[in-house]
Design a protein around this ligand. Structure first.
Ligand code: 2AM
Length: 180
């Protein structure tokens, strides 16, 4: 049976609560459909539908090739895809640790390709999705208004998530971890 998988950097509870408080204190009303704090993460590589054997092979590849060591992750302010004046995704950006997160994503990409997934066609841009917006909306004012999120966290693992989609939205289950 296949499952819907993605590779990510999980957030600590401290960051989850800290970011929720940071947004709350600034009384920021996120436009569109905000992602629940329990779902916050940094996607490294979305795999999509995978068989159990493929998951095992991705994990083996990561175990062997992921040479990034533990590092400190810092954040910056808000940004938007494709651009703030016509945003469909509002996100929090990554500052310190960008090189390490990018290196993790590159190994995730190699793992995906070597186990038969199609190559990703979009350039990697580390981000934490805060809201999905339809129709596209101008969030330039909001992006400028919110300064950098000051908390940092130590990253010592890559997390494999299984995504469960339902009418109530997505739920992400941590199914495996690869230590850095
Ligand atoms: P995001 O990182 O911008 O939020 C689980 O769905 C995660 O994988 C989400 O965080 C999502 O985007 C990311 N993702 C990347 N490509 C995706 C795709 N084609 N379909 C669904 N999610 C995708």
């Amino acid at each position: 049976m296949s499952e819907r998988l993605f590779l990510a950097v999980a957030l600590t509870d401290e960051i989850r609560h800290g970011l929720a408080a940071f947004l709350g204190e600034r009384t920021i009303r996120l436009p569109g459909r905000p992602t629940p704090p329990d779902n916050w993460h940094l996607t490294l590589r979305f795999l999509g539908s995978a068989e159990a054997l493929q998951r095992d092979r991705v994990l083996e590849f990561l175990d062997e090739h992921l040479v990034v060591g533990p590092f400190t992750l810092g954040f910056v302010g808000l940004g938007a895809f494709p651009k703030p004046s016509r945003a469909t995704v509002l996100w929090l950006g990554v500052g310190r640790g960008t090189d390490e997160v990018t290196a993790m994503a590159a190994v995730g990409e190699e793992a995906a390709i070597s186990t038969g997934f199609a190559p990703e066609d979009r350039p990697f841009h580390p981000h934490l999705t805060l809201s999905r917006i339809r129709p596209p909306t101008n969030v330039a004012g909001l992006v400028e208004q919110v300064g950098p999120f000051p908390l940092k966290m130590e990253v010592d693992r890559l997390t494999v998530y299984r995504s469960h989609l339902s009418r109530e939205g997505a739920r992400y289950e941590n199914v495996d971890e690869v230590l850095l």
